[in-house]
Write a protein that binds this ligand. Structure first.
Ligand code: TNX
Length: 527
């Protein structure tokens, strides 16, 4: 008899039993908090070997009630309600929380000092998140969310009760600025896509979304005093498809959605280069006084505002005034990159003057590293993407930098040569290469004290829809979140990749279309 034939039914039977087991067995009660896969990795985790169960009657008590803290409670309730089917009230009265409660408090937070720091204590009887500020309570809630089964991310009622291992987690971030950028100019993404992106950031404790709102291919934010910017300049995108733009109302909706998740929007108007959409919308912004054609290709460096004309500065003043009024965050990004068609002797006074305009409207300046060639105003940040020389120039002027080295942090770089999307002018960035670097040692002579944080930009020349965004962003984004949050000494790829693998189930439950990198030991069931 053919031995293969004999073996096959047995294999099939075993596989069948395993599938039934996977589908039907109740998950083990988690009792070891130190075994949980939390990203970013917290400062400290200790376990006490028991478990807390969310029960009928579990409510959320908010102590030290600011409206903002209460909203964190409402946010947590919205996660727990659909999966448990329980009422889960958010209680702000000073009643003593009964056994079974979840408590969010900013009282008695002596040990927690950082704005985003928190202490999460889980006992058999209750869960307490103690923070110095609502932002910290929100971060604690994100950790709690990762301690719950991945299936909660589907937002549907679960059969089994929610159980969480007991113990204590204390945590706070290394860097204050932990962000990602979305290029909505090369390809436009609507409000719902941007909100979904913000949700990804919040889940991994990132706190900035930089929106690249203008470039050669499209102007994406309504400016009421210069309406052609969007009606004409926003009409197309790379490849010649229909573009789009955010009305000021929609932009405000994005800002508020982000704010509820402790994410700040940093809007960018790129100049003096990367301005063809504006130059095509208004003839008077051009050196020759003639409007250009709209552009749907992917070259860079061919456009420049007329830096010698007063009309240009009136234009910029109007744009920054309207944008600053809509933006509660402290930064406005003014681009400044790859201005290859602007003479250096024109570029420097231009960047100096535009910095003054931003400051006059009550904001601080962020710009790509080329800005270090100009005189940096107090508070101006250089975003280092390419040039270590510019980084040194910025630091030499006493400025801080934001780390986005293209070779490590660009979300639009292909994972490898077979990646169906993305570019590779800077590097191929597999998941390990995205993770195994340290902002504080990346540039010789520039240390943590010079750095406000890290940002991972997603340029969208090759990215056209949400599914493609997800494929480029996951699973690299959690790694950037961890670089920004967790001390370098506590980061290690071999250990991280196992934690990341466990998040595959979460990505699937969130319906995220992620790149199944071979370097990550995904659990078989998640594939
Ligand atoms: C360089 S990074 C650019 C962008 C491109 C990107 C593509 C930077 C400041 N400028 O205009 O979209 O490369 O990776």
């Amino acid at each position: 008899m053919n031995p293969i034939k004999k073996i096959r039914p047995i294999v099939t039977l075993i596989a069948g039993i395993m599938i039934i087991k996977l589908a039907s067995c109740t998950p083990e009660t988690p009792t070891d908090l130190t075994k949980e896969s939390i990203i970013p990795k917290p400062v400290s985790v200790t376990a006490t070997g028991e478990s807390f169960t969310v029960k009928e009657g579990t409510d959320i008590y908010v102590q030290g009630s600011t409206e903002e803290l209460k909203q964190v409670g409402v946010y947590l309730a919205a996660i727990l309600k659909p999966v448990t089917g329980f009422e889960i009230d958010v209680i702000t009265e000073s009643d003593i929380p009964p056994s079974g409660s979840i408590i969010l408090t900013v009282q008695g937070a002596e040990g927690v000092t950082a704005t985003e720091g928190y202490k999460l204590e889980i006992t058999k009887k209750q869960i307490t998140i103690t923070a110095a500020a609502p932002a910290g309570a929100f971060m604690g809630v994100q950790t709690l969310r990762q301690l719950l089964p991945a299936a909660i991310e589907k937002g549907k009622k679960l059969e089994e009760p929610l159980k969480i291992a007991t113990g204590t987690i204390t945590d706070n971030p290394v860097y204050a600025y932990r962000g990602a950028m979305l290029d909505v100019s090369r390809h436009f993404f609507g409000v719902e896509d941007v909100k979904r992106f913000i949700g990804f950031l919040a889940a991994y404790k990132m706190n900035v979304l930089h929106l690249h709102l203008s470039d050669d291919q499209g102007w994406r934010i309504e400016i009421k005093s210069w309406p052609n910017l969007t009606t004409h300049g926003g009409s197309l995108e790379v490849g010649g498809g229909e573009g789009g733009f955010y009305t000021q109302e929609q932009y405000t909706d994005i800002v508020n959605y982000a704010k509820d998740r402790f994410v700040t929007i940093v809007p960018e108007i790129d100049m003096p280069g990367h301005t063809n959409a504006a130059l095509s919308s208004y003839a008077e912004l051009n050196i020759g006084g003639k409007a250009t054609e709209l552009y749907t290709g992917t070259e860079v460096g061919f456009s420049t505002l007329n830096t010698k004309s007063e009309v240009t500065y009136k234009f910029i003043d109007d744009v920054i005034r309207e944008l600053a009024a809509l933006t509660p965050g402290e930064y406005i990004h003014i681009g400044g990159d790859e201005s290859h068609s602007t003479k250096k002797e024109d570029y420097i006074p231009f960047m100096n003057r535009v910095q003054d305009i931003v400051v006059a409207h009550g904001k601080k300046v962020l710009a790509w590293d080329e800005i270090a060639l100009s005189t940096l105003k107090p508070g101006t940040i250089a975003q280092v993407w390419a040039s270590e020389k510019n980084a040194a120039l910025a630091v030499g002027q006493g400025a801080k930098i934001l780390m986005s080295p293209a070779k490590r942090a660009y979300l639009d770089m292909q994972y490898d040569k077979d990646s169906p999307l993305g570019l590779h002018w800077a590097a191929y960035i597999e998941v390990d290469a995205g993770y195994t670097w340290d902002p504080a040692t990346y540039i010789p002579g520039i240390g943590q004290e010079n750095i406000i944080g890290i940002e991972a930009p997603l340029w969208s020349e090759t990215v056209t829809n949400m599914e493609q965004i997800e494929f480029m962003v996951f699973p690299r984004l959690p790694g950037y979140a961890e670089i920004g949050w967790t001390a370098a000494a506590d980061r290690n790829w071999e250990e991280y990749k196992v934690r990341l693998a466990k998040h595959g189930e979460r990505f699937s439950a969130m319906d995220i279309y992620y790149y199944p990198s071979k370097l990550v030991p995904w659990p078989v069931a998640a594939e």
